[in-house]
Design a protein around this ligand. Structure first.
Ligand SMILES: NC(=O)C1=CN([C@@H]2O[C@H](COP(=O)(O)OP(=O)(O)OC[C@H]3O[C@@H](n4cnc5c(N)ncnc54)[C@H](O)[C@@H]3O)[C@@H](O)[C@H]2O)C=CC1
Ligand SMILES: O=C(O)C(=O)Cc1ccc(O)cc1
Length: 365
């Protein structure tokens, strides 16, 4: 029997989820987005099997409903659906970056015997919109669920069985703990990234060459400042308390750094960076704690067409890549081509393929 999955909000995350869930057998994925352009694209790009023009009608027939909307819009939808005639066993979930207020709102649904299990795939990027959606976006990433403590286990299992088509690693966490931890590793870093960009903007007025000198390090640390401001407005508003806590801790830390600088003691300064390096190097990033990529570093010579030559070899063998970039300490100089793959197998196939055509040196991170 075909089951109906409705995804409301078809941007980067909702679109990627819809694409992943299409891999589930006997499942019809129906989508809705407030933007007409996105609805048109959803159809044109086959992100869903069908676009719903009347979302309430689609919700009535749904076995699962997911929200891929900004978190404040999710709260509004949750209020609305209290008035709808839903299927008795429908399971509702979301993908929002915050969980506290959403699970609070879910208590109201629960009073009406509507099942809601909070969800948050810990993968994504600074990109937004349906055009950036990818079926494998969540592969190997953690996918957090925040069910009520006494949620019926069968409902959690049913949701997990559907979500396994994302190929993500599903974990269960309490909503409050979720909001604390994501403030540390995701939400607060966004504020830091934005503040560094604001600082550059001010400095650039006095020294207009500054932004031209912004090399790899500045770009790496501020990449997320290019994210969708509306998404981050809502996250910041919903996780305000945790963010104020993180900000206080950061201000204390900056006072500590200032003291170290004023003391002008080389050993303490080196120890500060040494400790940070040790903690950073030990992060389980490459084993899938957060955003797993399988990077291949190729030392390329500087001749025209070398990148398309390499991607051409990979395309011939149908090896798909998820990202490609050139890195160097100076960004205007050719050097190392970094190609990212979805998994280890693809990276190995790519190494073999490039080796069979070239003598370029390669290494993995
Ligand atoms: N961007 C990221 O890397 C991640 C985002 N998230 C969460 O996923 C959710 C979606 O974020 P993205 O896909 O990145 O944003 P996005 O901007 O790519 O997509 C949001 C989509 O929701 C639609 N939308 C906005 N208001 C709506 C409403 N009231 N009703 C229906 N559709 C509406 C927009 O038209 C857009 O297509 C957010 O709750 C965010 O916190 C979770 C993990 C990662
Ligand atoms: O691009 C990045 O590094 C991100 O920060 C992606 C991201 C954004 C929001 C989330 O709730 C989870 C992951």
């Amino acid at each position: 029997m075909t089951r109906n999955v409705l995804v409301i909000g078809l941007g980067l995350i909702g679109g990627s989820l819809a694409l992943a869930l299409q891999k589930s057998p006997e499942t019809k994925v129906i989508g809705y987005d407030i933007s007409e352009k996105t609805r048109e694209l959803a159809e044109a790009l086959n992100v869903v099997h069908e676009v719903a023009e009347d979302v309430e009608e689609a919700a009535k027939k749904a076995d699962f409903i997911f929200f891929g909307t900004p978190v404040n819009a999710t709260l509004e939808w949750m209020d609305q659906l209290k008035q709808w005639q839903l299927k008795k066993n429908v399971i509702i979930s979301d993908t929002g970056s915050t969980k506290g207020l959403i699970m609070k709102k879910a208590e109201e649904l629960r009073e009406q015997r509507i099942t809601f299990i909070g969800g948050h795939p810990m993968a994504g990027s600074h990109k937004s919109g349906i055009a950036a959606a990818k079926p494998y976006l969540f592969e190997n990433a953690y996918y957090i669920l925040t069910p009520f403590d006494d949620e019926d286990g069968n409902n959690i299992i049913a949701l997990q069985q559907l979500l396994k088509f994302t190929l993500a690693k599903i974990v269960k966490i309490k909503a409050e703990e979720h909001d604390h931890m994501t403030a540390v590793v995701s939400h607060f870093p966004h504020i830091v990234a934005a503040s560094l960009v604001h600082q550059l903007h001010e400095e650039n007025k006095k020294f207009p060459m500054t932004s031209m000198l912004a090399a790899g390090g500045f770009r790496d640390i501020t990449r997320i400042a290019s994210s969708n401001p509306m998404i981050w407005r809502d996250i910041t508003l919903q996780n305000r308390n945790e963010l104020v806590g993180q900000l206080d801790a950061w201000i204390d830390e900056m006072h500590r750094v200032k003291k170290i600088l004023l003391e002008n003691d080389d050993k303490t300064i080196e120890a500060y960076f040494q400790k940070a390096k040790e903690v950073r190097d030990a992060l389980p990033i490459s084993t899938g704690a957060f955003y797993t990529t399988y990077d291949l570093y190729v030392d390329i010579p500087d001749y025209p067409g070398v990148i398309s030559e390499i991607t051409g070899y990979l395309a011939e063998e149908k090896i798909s890549i998820t990202n490609i970039r050139v890195v160097e300490t100076r960004e205007d100089v050719f050097g190392i081509l970094v190609i990212s793959f979805q998994n280890e197998k693809d990276r190995e196939k790519a190494m073999k393929c490039i080796r069979s055509h070239t003598n370029f040196e390669m290494h993995v991170s």
